[in-house]
Design a protein around this ligand. Structure first.
Ligand SMILES: *Cc1c(COP(=O)(O)O)cnc(C)c1O
Length: 385
């Protein structure tokens, strides 16, 4: 059978308009006083780091947050000049590059800033840092009680400047806000202590997507949404707070279609056996592309507006679907793996995971393409480097 398209048709289709509108909506919710610091770590949650950063910059984003120094350098290489916060902290082998790329690492001890300061002074620069406070994640950060002493020591260190103070919520998407309120109260107390000691950094921030949408007290000077920017609600409760549109459709096309007699098996292990005369279509997408193997015999896709079930095990590079009930189905038909009528939240639930994991696991070999007709719109927002 002739291959229907010129290129492998498995693509992540990115809706640039949705990304820009989600950013604007989050800025509206942040209320003007708090800046939106878009989180574009992990390749912008799988949507494509430089593509997304350019679109958000065009929509008004001035700073960005990433997880690693390498991601920050990629933003610089794409010509973005604003502040780049490195949420995961930085490692000794990266210090010179952090200074050269003018990144803003988060820090939680004095040793890292001391080493960064020495390199900054040698380069005639000053490294901006944000101090991370652990109020309940037990992940990264200085204990609230130890934070004033750290900020005092940093204030006396030439070569670094403390630009921000942050914490991170463990459970902001839960309907029971008790944990978030306790974290928030501890953080507010610390901010008040720092204010009295004239050590309060200019940029205090705490809110992830869930807190941005549902905890107004958590907004401070900036909010750090990730998931919501990509149009996914962190919890059902946040749906009332904002109007967001998903920015990714993961799509492919049928590359082969065959009739199976009852009793014939499909894919590795023969875990699907046709119970009736069946039509089985082959999709060029597998777990190496980020389509979870957990969806074997459990996933659903949409073809010609109709739901079809995954038949047998998801392979590394292919997946078969049962299209017996899809009228007129043909090689070349578009198949939606998620997006549009098939929310990624639903696919994630079927795979027993969360939307975050599905999005960031979209494979490197899956091209990220702008939805049709958008090329021109975003060309203008490209920065000259
Ligand atoms: C990933 C991350 C965020 C964004 O979280 P979402 O739930 O996607 O909004 C914010 N802050 C920190 C420190 C993070 O690691």
């Amino acid at each position: 059978m002739e291959h229907p398209s010129q290129a492998r048709p498995t693509v992540a289709e990115i809706d640039g308009r949705a990304l820009a509108d989600n950013f604007t909506e989050l800025a509206r919710i942040a209320g003007g006083r708090a800046a939106v610091l878009p989180v574009v770590k992990s390749d912008a949650y799988g949507h494509g780091l430089t593509l997304v950063a350019r679109i958000l910059h065009g929509a008004g984003a001035e700073r960005f947050a990433v997880a690693t120094a390498a991601e920050g350098e990629a933003l610089r290489a794409a010509g973005l000049n604003g502040g780049v916060l490195v949420l995961g902290g930085v490692y000794p082998a990266e210090y010179d590059r952090v200074v050269a790329a003018r990144l803003t690492p988060i820090v939680w001890d004095i040793e890292t800033p001391r080493a960064l300061a020495a390199r900054a002074r040698a380069a005639g620069r000053v490294v901006p840092v944000h101090v991370k406070v652990d109020t309940g994640m037990s992940r990264l950060g200085v204990a609230p009680a130890d934070a004033p002493a750290l900020l005092r020591a940093l204030a006396e260190l030439d070569g670094v400047t403390v630009e921000g103070l942050l914490t991170h919520f463990a459970d902001a998407e839960s309907v029971d806000h008790a944990g978030t309120v306790r974290q928030l109260t501890d953080f507010e107390r610390l901010v008040a202590v720092l204010e009295d000691a004239r050590l309060r950094p200019p940029l205090v921030h705490a809110a992830n997507s869930a807190a941005t949408l549902t905890a107004p007290r958590a907004r401070f000077d900036a909010v750090r949404p990730g998931l919501a920017l990509y149009g996914i609600h962190p919890s059902p409760a946040s749906r009332e707070a904002a109007c967001l549109r998903p920015a990714m459709r993961l799509v492919t096309r049928i590359v082969a279609c065959r009739a199976l007699a009852p009793g014939v098996a499909v894919s590795y292990g023969g875990t699907f056996v046709a119970r009736r005369a069946s039509t089985i279509a082959t999709l060029p997408v597998g777990y190496a592309d980020g389509y979870p193997r957990a969806l074997s015999n459990r996933g659903e896709v949409v073809v010609r507006g109709v739901r079809a079930q995954v038949a047998g095990r998801v392979c590394m590079d292919q997946t078969m679907i049962d299209v017996t009930d899809v009228a007129g189905v043909a090689v070349g038909d578009e198949v939606v793996l998620w997006g549009g009528p098939l929310p990624v939240e639903e696919v994630a639930a079927r795979a027993e995971t969360i939307p975050y994991e599905l999005l960031v696991r979209v494979g490197a070999r899956v091209p990220r393409v702008l939805a049709s007709g958008e090329e021109e719109t975003w060309h203008g927002s490209r920065e000259r480097s």
